[in-house]
Design a protein around this ligand. Structure first.
Ligand SMILES: [Zn+2]
Length: 514
């Protein structure tokens, strides 16, 4: 069990909760939800911004299973859940494999999970009685996993829905959704209601399940009690997470073990690859830190990867850090602590599928017939092949330029520029003053100007003079200035604050995790 210090307290609360439930109590304002849920193995502890709220996060199919205590990922919910405190009580032993589908076969006290904010007492008796009078219906929400062999009908009947009602619900759903697409392992959220006075029949209030990662199908009732079905956009709340640890075998493996989403990790590795030779530079004891967002759909627990906000790699002699930051003109980039963009190499070959057809240096000029300096490199490629910006920067020239034909020049830093000649066409929107990103299409291969056939003439200029693009490894770093730099410093302070808070939350989490 993962919340050792609370185990006995938890057991006590569970019986209080169970007793309260049997009385059919729903506490209004302080809504204590007794969810007849199902226990599942492999819960992972997550710690929200409140240091004492320990929640059991149900693992979703795509998630990594919970890992060792050292690998706890701290979570800071940017939005507090609306219904605190919550206690979720597993189905009683007699109901195992019954309507409420306990999984895994855990003994009942083991399957108890709860989240309690000590600041809010659980249902003081006097108050409970008064509130009892205010509620006429009791409502039970449950999540049901679809198992092999299940049908929606069998699931609804098992949950206690009447046959006629179940058929009505299914035929309404069929209007929007092909039910054969439901897969084992998928979850349904059912809400059942029971009128207190009539004291019997359970009524299906709503049913929902995922349509895709961003939408779900929701069956509910209109004012007259008829079923209606619609597709609703899921609401995702961004949660900020911190993953830290030693590299051990590899950064990739170490971060994956902490459930860092793969796309977030790919971004981190892409950023580090500007600075790090993964084969040579990294040692097993080097430490990494990733601060990132995950978009979480609270009711289902589904999540989508969000932005990587910060990364750090602490090596023996140096530290690499990257802060995500959006400049005032809307460009998102990663910067070091001083506000320099992460160093980036220029693309060596800024055109796809091209053959190097002429090198930098002295050569006999193919058109003019005498020997002269070739101040760039030529890449032969068919007319119309896209040409990419070799690095992030600002277009300083775009248009016909004497012997170069259709020509684009990009300034990457105060020192370095790249130039591209003989284009058949300059890409739409590429003109002087426009910002471009590395890899963005700026034009198409052609043979305009003084040229014997379709090719890209490519130059790298250092302080205004052409240098050999193949010999110099040009790395460019942009320095934030003025108001951008001011805003960036604030951003760095904010991120450092988040890292501290989540780091402390992690410590608490590792203490309550035996
Ligand atoms: Zn050339």
């Amino acid at each position: 069990m993962y919340v050792q210090p609370y185990h006995s307290l938890g057991r006590a609360l569970a019986f209080v909760a169970a007793a309260a439930f049997s009385l059919g109590v729903v506490v209004g304002a302080l809504a204590v939800w007794f969810v007849l849920g199902q226990s599942r193995g492999g819960e992972s502890a997550a710690v929200s911004s409140h240091p004492w709220r320990v929640q059991s996060a149900l693992p979703e199919p795509s998630r990594q299973p919970a890992t060792s205590p050292a690998a706890t990922t701290a979570v800071l919910a940017s939005r507090e859940p609306a219904s605190a405190p919550t206690a979720s009580v597993a189905a009683a032993p007699g109901e195992a494999d019954g309507a409420f589908r306990t999984g895994g076969g855990d003994a009942w006290p083991e399957s108890l999970t709860f989240a309690v904010d000590p600041a809010i007492p659980l249902a003081p008796p006097a108050r409970t009685e008064r509130l009892l009078l205010a509620t006429r219906t009791e409502r039970v929400e449950q999540q049901v996993e679809i198992r092999r062999g299940d049908t929606l009908l069998s699931i609804l009947l098992e949950a206690g829905v009447g046959t006629a009602e179940a058929h009505e619900a299914i035929s309404t759903l069929r209007g929007l959704y092909d039910l054969r697409r439901l897969q084992p392992g998928q979850y349904l959220t059912l809400a059942l209601e029971r009128e207190r006075r009539s004291g019997g029949e359970l009524r299906l209030a709503s049913l929902s399940f995922a349509l895709d990662a961003r939408k779900e199908v929701e069956l509910s009732r209109d004012d007259e009690g008829h079923f209606v079905v619609r597709a609703v956009e899921r609401e995702f709340a961004a949660e900020t997470r911190l993953a830290t640890g030693a590299i051990e075998d590899s950064l990739y493996a170490a971060a994956l073990r902490q459930s860092v989403p793969e796309s977030t990790l790919a971004e981190a590795i892409r950023l580090l690859s500007w600075d790090i030779d993964f084969q040579r530079d990294l040692q097993p004891e080097d430490r990494f830190e990733l601060l990132y967002e995950e978009l979480v759909h609270a009711p289902s627990g589904a999540s989508l990867p969000g932005d990587l906000l910060y990364l750090a790699l602490r090596m023996d002699r140096r530290i690499v850090e990257a802060f995500r930051f959006k400049t005032r003109d809307g460009q998102v980039q990663y910067y070091d602590r001083q506000g320099r963009s992460l160093r980036k190499s220029l693309l060596k070959t800024p055109v796809d599928g091209a053959r190097l057809s002429s090198r930098f240096g002295n050569r006999r000029h193919p058109v003019l017939g005498y020997t002269r300096m070739h101040k760039g490199v030529d890449f032969a490629a068919p007319t119309g092949t896209p040409i990419y910006a070799a690095g992030d920067g600002v277009v300083v020239m775009a248009g016909p330029y004497s012997a170069y034909g259709n020509y684009v020049r990009i300034r990457h830093t105060r020192e370095f520029e790249t130039a591209y000649g003989h284009m058949s066409r300059i890409a739409t929107g590429i003109r002087s003053g426009v910002r471009v990103r590395q890899g963005q299409v700026i034009g198409y291969v052609g043979s305009t100007g003084m040229s014997t056939g379709p090719h890209l003439h490519y130059e790298v200029l250092q302080a205004g003079r052409q240098v050999n693009p193949l010999r110099v490894t040009v790395t460019v770093a942009e320095q934030l200035e003025g108001r951008d730099l001011e805003a960036f410093r604030q951003r760095v302070a904010d991120i450092d604050g988040l890292r501290r808070r989540l780091g402390e939350a992690k410590l608490v989490a590792s203490r309550v995790t035996p």
